[in-house]
Design a protein around this ligand. Structure first.
Ligand code: ACO
Length: 333
């Protein structure tokens, strides 16, 4: 929990691969159907990265668009943070590759690092960036949520293969001169006792890659969908209610709520808990599936660009993800 962080989201951008994967694609080789997937998750299609592209390509395009939107050049950045569960490489951080691609690497290069909080990643990143800026030593921080979940999803597992999509979003967070602007309230949390609810068993130092781990398909996400679902429904509702209650706001004050795009039913139950009309909730899960750390910033970027969000609006972003982790931020734009 934290007090007012006086920041402004100065620019945003998003990027998805061109290749569309429909529900019928999965129905062609798995025991599933378009009807099942759409009614249980709200997903119609998702994007998949081409074999010769990587998460860095998505992060770079989203970052360039965010810089353009903020009318800034890369050399005005102080710090780069990439929130991802599917990094370009285990070592070094995706943010180091991104810094170089942005043309600002070198002996006096700015600090760069990756942040691992799965689907809550962007909210963790935004809150950290804002606290760092509030500290006074940094002015402009690039926060990216970028994922290629298709690279770690088991195409033969019908309960996860259908859920995830690839994409990236980026935001430039800067110090604000307007005392009303910024993050009015935030909450970050985690429950490590639920680590195996969504996890990738091998590939870390616990069980490094070997012929055995590849043969046993241990480099893919494993998920207990039912456990995650039950936890997420309650947590998302609780995060929204607490953010409003603790700041003395009511749902009508919100221009929009932007939830992590995990499952349309989880999102709707959170929205209905505070009687918010459907048009006030950002939705991109129908077109992009669950893009993990990218989902919130991709939806935020879309709402800004099509005019649903503007300066002065109050917006609530909420997410949960592997860890399990969760986060919320009530923002005055
Ligand atoms: N097509 C048809 N049937 C399916 C499919 C599918 N694609 N997937 C699962 N089923 C089956 C199950 O096998 C089960 O069959 P059974 O009763 O014979 O065992 C049946 O459907 C019901 O399973 P449930 O898990 O209860 O189905 P549910 O309605 O909950 O939907 C889903 C499954 C969509 C995975 C849901 O549990 C969910 O969305 N969970 C949350 C996942 C999530 O939000 N993850 C986010 C975090 S991810 C991250 O941080 C990277």
């Amino acid at each position: 929990m934290g007090g007012h962080l006086n920041i402004v989201i100065r620019g945003t951008g998003a990027s998805v691969p061109d290749h569309v994967i429909t529900n019928d694609h999965f129905a062609s080789y798995l025991d599933t159907s378009d009807e099942w997937i759409l009614s249980r998750t709200g997903i119609k299609e998702r994007r998949k990265i081409a074999d010769d592209k990587t998460v860095l390509d998505l992060a770079l395009e989203a970052s360039r668009l965010a810089l353009e939107d903020a009318k800034m050049t890369p050399d005005e950045l102080d710090l780069i943070m990439v929130c991802t569960a599917t990094p370009e490489t285990q070592v070094p951080a995706t943010a180091c590759w991104l810094q170089h691609e942005l043309g600002i690497s070198g002996e006096n290069g700015i600090g760069t690092f990756d942040l691992s909080a799965a689907c809550s990643g962007f909210i963790y990143g935004l809150v950290f960036a804002s606290n760092i800026i509030q500290g006074g030593n940094y002015k402009n921080v690039l926060v990216v949520g970028a994922e290629t979940l298709s690279r770690i999803t088991d195409s033969q597992d019908r309960s996860t293969a259908i859920l995830f999509g690839d994409g990236a979003g980026a935001a430039i967070i800067s110090r604000s001169e307007d005392p009303e602007q910024g993050i009015l309230y935030n909450e970050l949390g985690a429950d490590g006792s639920r680590a195996k609810a969504i996890w990738m068993p091998a590939g870390g130092s616990r069980d490094p890659a070997s012929i055995r781990t590849v043969n046993e398909r241990l480099h893919n996400l494993r998920m207990n969908g039912r456990e995650v679902y039950k936890f997420a429904v309650l947590k998302m509702q609780q995060l929204i209610v607490e953010a409003l209650e603790r700041t003395g706001h009511v749902a009508d004050d919100l221009a929009m709520i932007i939830p992590h795009q995990s499952n349309r039913r989880i999102m709707d139950s959170a929205r209905e808990r505070v009687n918010l009309p459907p048009e006030k909730m950002a939705v991109n899960i129908d077109r992009y599936g669950n893009t993990s750390s990218a989902s919130v910033i991709m939806a935020f970027d879309e709402a800004r660009r099509d005019g649903r969000l503007k300066a002065g609006d109050l917006v609530l972003i909420v997410a949960f993800g592997a860890g399990v982790t969760w986060g919320s931020a009530l923002i005055r734009l």
